[in-house]
Design a protein around this ligand. Structure first.
Ligand code: SF4
Ligand code: SF4
Length: 340
């Protein structure tokens, strides 16, 4: 049965299969212990049989973000990605197994030609990165980046979690990364409560003061769209909008783009647990309950939360993508190059 939510949001009903975004945590194992990590490290890999059942229940997925732990520790990562043949796939990696990652990506690149993005995590120059992510992690991640840049028909980006510990060198590090020539650089504002309470987001004033330089560097990338100038311009405008929207959200502590997570977004964990997003607790388990029922629970969970707290907001880039793409004012702003 269709949830009554869709009677008031018919466009969402029509859009949901075309704009659906899933974060599929294939493992919670990791070979690093980053100080900014929000993942509870255990020892679970998603079983391939469970992944098959989950893929068939999820149906059409436009964007698939593989999550972890470290995804390349999963021995059947290629087979799991193969369960989503029509999706655009992004795989983040800490880059600690350069040759293994390179081999796996070569296998995936032929199946997902021009639809595969690899995100290598680097949180600053060597001393800063290694103090946050572990001794020796910088060199291995750089080697992985170098190997991946040579793989044809994929997009390669660098992910940097922005926090107080790396902020003083952020823009010089961004210029250094620019020189390594990835397709682009994503800045992720620290989220959640890291295990190390000494880490925090830099002060908002400092983030705002760095904005002009941050945006200049982000605007210098071609976002993997060398042959499509229009798409390239839109992606640059989108990245600018995203950064400014996050700062506006932090400054005002309120929601500027309504969250569509119950219809468009799912975070799925190795045991099949599913939640609205990585910041909300699971509402049930995909291996035990039908997707329609779980979707109803997600709609009800967000509605309950918003009744007591007001419109939910966060600065979680992964979810903001589909929220922005289904928000008329944001679409217009990105198209026209206006700020939020
Ligand atoms: S690589 Fe990712 S999952 Fe592993 S500890 Fe670091 S942040 Fe956590
Ligand atoms: S606004 Fe953010 S935290 Fe709230 S439900 Fe949406 S994605 Fe999750």
């Amino acid at each position: 049965m269709i949830h009554k939510y869709y009677l008031f949001h018919p466009v969402m009903f029509l859009a949901r299969h075309h704009l659906r975004h899933v974060i599929l945590h294939v493992t919670d194992r990791c070979n690093l212990r980053c100080r900014t990590c929000f993942v509870r490290k255990q020892t679970h890999d998603m079983a391939l049989a469970d992944a098959k059942a989950i893929a068939s229940k999820l149906g059409k997925v436009r964007w698939l973000d593989i999550g972890g732990g470290e995804p390349f520790l999963h021995p059947e990562l290629t087979a799991i990605c193969g369960l989503f043949p029509g999706s655009e796939i992004t795989i983040p990696t800490n880059g600690q197994m350069p040759e293994h990652i390179h081999r796996t990506v070569l296998e995936l690149a032929s199946a997902f030609k021009n639809r595969l993005t690899l995100a290598v995590s680097l949180d600053g120059f060597e001393a800063t990165n290694d103090s946050l992510r572990g001794e020796g992690s910088y060199g291995k991640a750089l080697r992985t980046l170098e190997l991946l840049r040579a793989v044809p028909c994929i997009t390669v980006k660098v992910n940097t979690v922005v926090c107080a510990a790396n902020f003083s060198e952020l823009t010089s590090f961004m210029r250094f990364v620019r020189g390594l020539a990835p397709d682009y650089h994503s800045l992720l504002l620290l989220r959640g409560a890291p295990e190390d309470s000494a880490l925090a987001l830099p002060p908002l004033d400092a983030l705002e003061a760095a904005t002009e330089e941050v945006l200049n560097i982000l605007g210098s990338y071609d976002y993997g769209d060398k042959g499509n100038p229009l798409l390239r311009v839109l992606k640059k405008r989108y990245q600018r909008y995203l950064w400014l929207l996050n700062l506006k959200t932090l400054r005002t502590q309120q929601c500027w783009v309504p969250c569509k997570a119950p219809c468009l977004h799912r975070a799925v964990y190795p045991d099949g647990a599913v939640s609205l997003c990585e910041l909300m607790p699971p509402v049930g388990n995909l291996l035990e309950e039908p997707m329609d029922l779980l979707e109803e629970k997600m709609i009800d969970t967000l509605a309950r939360y918003e009744r007591s707290h007001g419109p939910c907001f966060c600065t979680h880039n992964c979810n903001l993508g589909e929220n922005i793409q289904t928000h008329f004012r944001s679409i217009l702003s990105v198209l026209l190059g206006m700020d939020p």
